[in-house]
Design a protein around this ligand. Structure first.
Ligand SMILES: Nc1ncnc2c1ncn2[C@@H]1O[C@H](COP(=O)(O)OP(=O)(O)OP(=O)(O)O)[C@@H](O)[C@H]1O
Ligand SMILES: [Mg+2]
Length: 211
């Protein structure tokens, strides 16, 4: 993405001339203080917010229309900061199977794949729970499961470790280490970041700097 400028309100820029290039397998941390624009950046990268200026590129081509965003979203999965934005089905298993079913997998295969993802995160016992009955940490891992079941090539993770206890954090770290692709992950937890990423970017005065 190049020269991205974005503001929610005229005259109050959140991102100003922000450029960023990510390689497929890169594992990057996104750091920055509260309100510095990390979530905004993730939303722009998925086409959920449109910048006032600047261009998003995917596989070397500018993303300009719905078809372009569809292609991008079929390869990039985003885990939202607030899991309530991601869980909306009657049970957690339904939520995890939702994407695979939508992309044409049959019921049994989708269920099998979803259970495998839930097992990999150590939350298979929560499969039949309605999401609103889950704890905050359980919801966080559950929303990660809904994204992993789509087998994306790249992940955008917005504070996935927030509110997780040590055991759940360890399972998240394991899942990220086993993930075959790259990711951009925001977190305020330096220890977690160090364990799962190789490089980091810092949101500084409305654009990104290394470190
Ligand atoms: N929907 C919105 N309408 C207006 N302003 C918004 C909206 N969402 C975010 N903002 C403002 O944009 C700025 C960046 O917010 P953003 O949520 O991207 O920060 P963040 O780096 O993700 O913060 P945190 O670490 O707390 O998650 C903040 O000043 C915030 O108040
Ligand atoms: Mg945020």
């Amino acid at each position: 993405m190049t020269e991205i400028c974005f503001s929610y309100r005229p005259g109050i820029p959140v991102l100003e001339g922000l450029s960023l290039a990510i390689e497929q397998g890169q594992r990057l941390a996104l750091r920055g203080h509260n309100g510095s624009g990390k979530t905004t950046l993730f939303r722009i990268m998925m086409g959920l917010l449109l910048p006032q200026s600047g261009t998003i590129f995917f596989m070397g081509r500018p993303v300009q229309d719905e078809e372009g965003w569809r292609k991008l979203r079929s390869c990039i999965g985003m885990v939202f900061q607030d899991p309530d934005d991601q869980l909306f089905c009657p049970t957690l298993l339904d939520d995890v199977a939702f994407g695979p079913l939508n992309s044409g997998l049959d019921k049994n295969s989708a269920k099998e794949l979803s259970m495998e993802v839930l097992r990999s995160l150590g939350i298979e016992d929560l499969a039949d729970c309605p999401p609103y009955t889950l704890s905050g940490g359980q919801k966080k891992l559950g929303s990660l499961a809904t994204v992993l079941s789509m087998r994306p090539a790249f992940l955008l993770l917005d504070e996935p470790s927030a509110g997780l206890d040590q055991d759940a954090t360890d399972r998240l770290i394991g899942a990220l280490r086993n993930f075959p692709g790259g990711y951009l992950v925001s977190s305020h937890d330096g220890d977690f970041i160090e364990k799962v990423t190789e490089e980091s970017l810092h949101m500084n005065h409305r654009h990104l700097i290394p470190g």
